[in-house]
Design a protein around this ligand. Structure first.
Ligand SMILES: *Cc1c(COP(=O)(O)O)cnc(C)c1O
Length: 399
């Protein structure tokens, strides 16, 4: 008789004790396919003219993928600048040995923050003369020029100089001796809407406003000021949104912000969300599952309990609306998603066991589940799905 060995690869002499001894794939984790980021960037870059730069937007920890890892592979794919949202994100990235220019897309308004920004070789986004003055004083104090980007508002009503006053203000800003204007940019509010190619759309009107402003301030094309407007959706519209640089987030991670995507693009999702089966039980017909008993079995049912819940960032309002993949087959999630666990109906499987891995987001064979699908079911956008994943999910790099 053969006795099944249960302690394979386990050394009893050195008992695992510490947090670091826990297998990152012990419960639920995010697989980051770093190579996909690289190929996505390369592919997107090929749509730009040679002189147009690619800024990889890695805010919110690289849309949940790990900003450091994403930056490294985006640079391999041809990104020449990086965009973050906060001072902290910028410092973290700079201290991870990234040498490329880093632009902070959010606003820094205090002298204290702007000094920290300057000392860490990060570029702030500037939306007012007041902020320009602070930067100029900081530059003067250190006997250097403070590199920054100016932002103008063309329709977001978020950050940026008021466009009607910018021409006059720009004349003044140019006279500041201790700042270096590295870029002038604006941000599109509606580029992912289906009518964005229509000349009367918000997107086209924003582009026209921006273009008119550029004509008025007459920025010399040979001068080093980088002009930029497009996010992912803007960059995929037409070439006249590209200017000197594009700022790309979502599509670099492998998702299309617009439904009708360029047929020549095949972006690859870089994020797979996986989970282990922690327990299996069989319930009779007519038995309720999870909080509130929202699901009641209509047959004798085999349930897998998965170790992932809304505290990991799976939206609770997806309860009963999603599927999970195992070995190229889909299994429906049933009952309310709980804080740390969820149940899946695996009655039709005789191969899933405790410790099996199931895929919540990603592909297996011809089955794919994307954050775009979750967003649709959850009445939100894929951006929000991606940046809701918590640190409780280890990020595991695979190539
Ligand atoms: C987040 C952000 C982007 C990237 O947007 P995507 O739609 O993810 O490509 C570009 N520009 C600014 C100012 C942003 O805040």
């Amino acid at each position: 008789m053969q006795i099944r060995q249960t302690n394979q690869g386990f050394n009893f002499d050195t008992y695992p004790t510490f947090e670091k001894d826990i297998d990152p794939k012990q419960r639920a984790w995010i697989e980051v396919r770093a190579k996909a980021i690289e190929t996505n960037v390369r592919q997107l870059r090929s749509k730009l003219s040679k002189s147009c730069e690619f800024m990889a937007v890695v805010k919110a920890d690289g849309y949940g993928h790990d900003a450091k890892l994403v930056s490294e592979y985006a640079i391999k794919g041809g990104a020449s600048q990086l965009g973050v949202a906060t001072l902290k994100e910028g410092i973290k990235l700079r201290s991870s040995a990234v040498k490329k220019p880093i632009l902070i897309l959010g606003n820094l308004y205090s002298k204290r923050d702007l000094i920290i920004c300057f000392k860490n070789d990060l570029m702030p986004t500037i939306s007012s003369i007041r902020e320009c003055l602070i930067c100029n004083n900081i530059g003067k104090h250190f006997g250097l020029k403070f590199a920054l980007h100016l932002k103008v508002d063309t329709g977001m009503s978020r950050l940026g100089f008021e466009i009607n006053k910018f021409v006059q203000q720009f004349a003044k800003i140019k006279s500041f001796e201790n700042i270096s204007i590295e870029g002038i940019y604006s941000h599109l509010s509606s580029a992912d809407e289906h009518n964005s190619l229509d000349p009367k759309s918000r997107t086209q009107l924003q582009r026209q406003k921006f273009q008119e402003l550029l004509n008025q301030i007459n920025v010399d094309r040979n001068y080093k000021i980088k002009i930029h407007l497009a996010n992912s959706a803007g960059m995929l519209l037409t070439k006249d949104f590209h200017f000197d640089m594009v700022r790309v987030g979502l599509s670099m991670y492998g998702y299309s912000p617009i439904v009708k995507l360029d047929k020549n693009l095949s972006l690859k999702p870089a994020l797979f969300l996986k989970v282990k089966v922690a327990f299996i039980r069989i319930i009779d017909e007519g038995v309720s599952v999870s909080y509130g008993g929202k699901f009641v079995s209509s047959r004798k049912t085999k349930l897998a309990v998965l170790s992932i819940g809304y505290a990991d960032g799976v939206p609770r309002n997806l309860s009963g609306k999603i599927h999970v993949i195992h070995n190229k087959k889909l299994y429906p999630q049933v009952g309310s998603i709980t804080m740390d666990q969820m149940m899946v109906d695996i009655t039709d499987s005789n191969e899933i066991e405790i410790g099996s891995t199931m895929v919540l987001l990603g592909s297996d064979g011809d089955k794919t589940i994307s954050p775009v699908d979750w967003a649709r079911e959850s009445n939100t956008i894929p951006w929000e799905i991606l940046c809701s994943f918590k640190n409780r999910l280890p990020r595991v790099q695979v190539d």
